[in-house]
Design a protein around this ligand. Structure first.
Ligand code: GLA
Ligand code: GLA
Length: 684
């Protein structure tokens, strides 16, 4: 794809002017006294910090009342940081409106689907569509930009914070007005809207635009296309707000790149970041990521980092936040194990991050996040966490040659699509057990298990360069996407898709004639009825795998379809479960049930071999080591990550060891949970 992202990235520079990887944290000096600020800068230098995000939650301090400003303290902090050689990713400070504003203007507060006001007392209690909020926020942005325009510490602008973290779906009257305007722009006529929303159903026909509402609490299931459009609109409205702040910043400081921190992690799904990044809302992509402990936790980290790289069009991106150790918002907040701090950070670098920052610099003594880890914990700098953070600072400085290199594309891709995510998990469906992101993650875990490198891509990414494209639960397939996928497979690509794919068009209308309508011909199969499974039910296949969640009643319709596996048990015993149609030199494979990461790992070799894709890792390391590759004009950088608690030998793997305790003589051995980075000239 051609990207509207500019290539401006706020690189830290070494003494000789060369690029360095960024390293730092959110810095909240307003929680501390001036003496602490000076110690902070000294310790930041000791830890190798070269960039911090500042003033994210400072609105109440910067503008104590509607007509008074207090920038003196921030001037001082900016100067101190600059004197310490530390760059500032300066927030616009709009994330948490102060009490004077919400008291004077309660009409900026969000409203839930059931009509309850979201009150102040935490943060992000504002409506993305409120003109009153916007006027106050943009005034603050203008003050900030004007005051710090020429400040030498300023390296980037940080719009708001984690837009949509708490306020993505607002059902207020402001939202209703903006939703109507968005619908008018999308459909032009009421006839168009009535058709798209299928309003012949349940007497929902609209005869005036004023009748349209967000999907507020209703007697039963609200109209699905209304729900879907409200999701699209909500993502769009927040992007539009982001662009409004960005435009003020660009007007005053055209040379300072603008970003905001995305949340590509876990189940955060309200913001269509492929749209945000793909339409140029930011100059460079930044992401926040937190590990949620579980059997696939580091696979999920890798998946998220990999997807963030796709959003950045495979250019360097900025890891704005992750944690040194525990967070405060999970039911049980586990401390990280020794070594995880560095490994988690470097796994992001492996997937294209050129800056690695934590939330936060100094652990708070008060407030809702006082039990959230930081670079300087409650115990102070004489602590394992601070020593580990300083150690990572040294490692990142050794890895300076990686800064500015790009991720080397893989031959296999997993297609991730926000519209299918939203659409496949709506209510009134065959099952509520379907988990879109989990299915995608399972395929990625399976690829890691067989030692094959893959890219996570979006529908904006070109498919042509990939030998295999896996599109799990690609539920919403408009005609154009169906054509692209067909062209891909007929042109020699190997497409793999799964249950509940290709079922609806962009209006969430069924493609009629048998499922998976949009892909039926390409796959050469026809599904008459879905066979979802109860939570504790499963169906065995004759290839020794087991399906859960879903099955399909499949009929093969084309002679060039081969059945790779059949159901052995369950309602569809004897019928096809996995099919593969040959299309010229390409193919189209359908997997009709949830096989899970182990089942998919046993299926993958057959699919990959047919496409001529092999692991780049030595046999002994497959599944135990994750490989990611970055590339400069003259070198490849191999990131090798031990996914296990045991040492893993790397027979035949050679290169200059930049970091990692892998030994130097003879065969390299990767210690448990360690990450190593090797540089190899491109000619070898
Ligand atoms: C988010 C926010 C931070 C902080 C962290 C805690 O990422 O942006 O301000 O609340 O969560 O994990
Ligand atoms: C009830 C209603 C019908 C339909 C069915 C679906 O019986 O009267 O309109 O919604 O439920 O099961």
């Amino acid at each position: 794809m051609t990207t509207p992202l500019t290539s401006r990235f706020p690189y830290a520079k070494g003494p000789d002017g060369s690029r360095r990887l960024g390293y730092g944290a959110d810095y909240n000096p307003e929680q501390w006294t001036r003496e602490v600020w000076e110690e902070d800068v000294r310790l930041m230098r000791e830890a190798g910090v070269n960039v911090v995000s500042l003033a994210i939650f400072s609105w109440a301090r910067l503008q104590p009342t509607a007509d008074t400003w207090d920038f003196g303290w921030l001037d001082e902090v900016m100067d101190l940081l600059h004197a310490g050689g530390i760059g500032v990713d300066l927030a616009t400070a709009t994330a948490s409106p102060p009490p004077w504003l919400t008291t004077a203007h309660p009409e900026i507060l969000p409203v839930t689907a059931s009509g309850e006001t979201v009150w102040p007392g935490a943060r992000q209690h504002w409506r993305p569509t409120s003109p009153v909020f916007r006027a106050h926020a943009l005034r603050l942005v203008r003050e900030m930009a004007t005051r710090y325009a020429g400040h030498p510490a300023l390296v980037a602008w940080h719009v708001n914070n984690e837009l949509g973290c708490h306020n993505i779906h607002d059902y207020s009257d402001d939202a209703a007005r903006a939703f109507r305007a968005w619908l008018r722009a999308r459909y032009t006529t009421l006839d168009g809207l009535n058709h798209a929303w299928g309003t012949a159903f349940w007497s929902q026909r609209y005869s005036d635009w004023e009748q349209l509402l967000p999907p507020r609490l209703a007697a039963s299931h609200p109209n699905p296309t209304q729900q879907l459009d409200f999701k699209r609109f909500s993502s769009h409205a927040l992007k539009e707000y982001l662009c409004a702040e960005r435009d003020v910043l660009r007007e005053i400081t055209p040379d300072v790149p603008v970003t905001t921190n995305f949340m590509v992690m876990g189940g955060t799904k309200g913001m269509d970041y492929a749209d945000w990044a793909g339409s140029g809302a930011v100059d460079f992509v930044a992401n926040d990521h937190y590990v949620v402990p579980g059997p696939q936790d580091r696979d999920e980290l890798s998946f998220s980092a990999n997807l963030t790289s796709a959003l950045a069009d495979h250019r360097p991106w900025f890891l704005m936040e992750h944690s040194t150790s525990a967070v405060n918002w999970q039911p049980v907040n586990l401390a990280k194990r020794p070594g995880d701090l560095a490994r988690d950070s470097l796994l992001h670098v492996a997937h294209g991050a050129d800056a690695v920052c934590f939330f936060q610099w100094r652990q708070s003594a008060a407030g809702a996040e006082k039990y959230h880890s930081a670079m300087v914990p409650h115990a102070g700098p004489d602590s394992e966490v601070f020593r580990a953070a300083a150690g990572l600072g040294r490692t990142l400085s050794v890895l300076a040659p990686v800064a500015g290199t790009v991720r080397e594309p893989a031959r296999v891709a997993v297609l991730f699509d926000w519209e299918s995510w939203w659409a496949s998990e709506q209510d009134s469906h065959p099952t509520s057990l379907l988990d879109y992101r989990q299915e995608a993650l399972d395929w990625y875990s399976a690829l890691l298990a067989v030692g094959v490198r893959a890219d996570i891509i979006t529908t904006r990414t070109g498919l042509e360069t990939y030998d295999v494209v896996i599109a799990p639960v690609l539920h919403m397939v408009p005609a154009t996407l169906a054509k692209d996928l067909t062209r891909y497979a007929e042109g020699g690509g190997h497409l793999v898709t799964t249950y509940f794919s290709g079922v609806v068009d962009e209006n969430d209308h069924i493609w009629l004639g048998g499922h998976p309508g949009a892909l039926r011909e390409l796959l050469g199969i026809r599904v008459e009825e879905f066979g979802p499974l109860l939570g504790d039910d499963s169906a065995d296949l004759d290839n020794s795998t087991t399906g859960t969640v879903w099955t399909d009643r499949i009929t093969v319709t084309e002679p060039d379809v081969r059945v790779l596996a059949r159901y052995r048990t369950g309602a569809y015993a004897g019928r096809p479960a996995v099919t593969r149609r040959t299309t010229g030199s390409g193919s189209a494979t359908y997997v009709s049930t949830r096989l899970g990461r182990a089942g998919l790992a046993s299926l993958l070799p057959e699919l990959l071999t047919a496409a001529g894709v092999e692991s780049e890792l030595p046999e002994a390391a497959r599944g135990r080591v994750e490989l990611a590759v970055r590339r400069s004009a003259d070198a490849r950088f191999l990131f090798l990550v031990n996914r296990t608690d045991a040492p893993v030998p790397l027979p035949g793997v050679r290169g200059e060891v930049l970091t990692g305790d892998v030994g130097t003589e003879g065969e390299l051995v990767l210690p448990p949970r360690e990450i190593a980075v090797l540089r190899r000239p491109l000619t070898t």
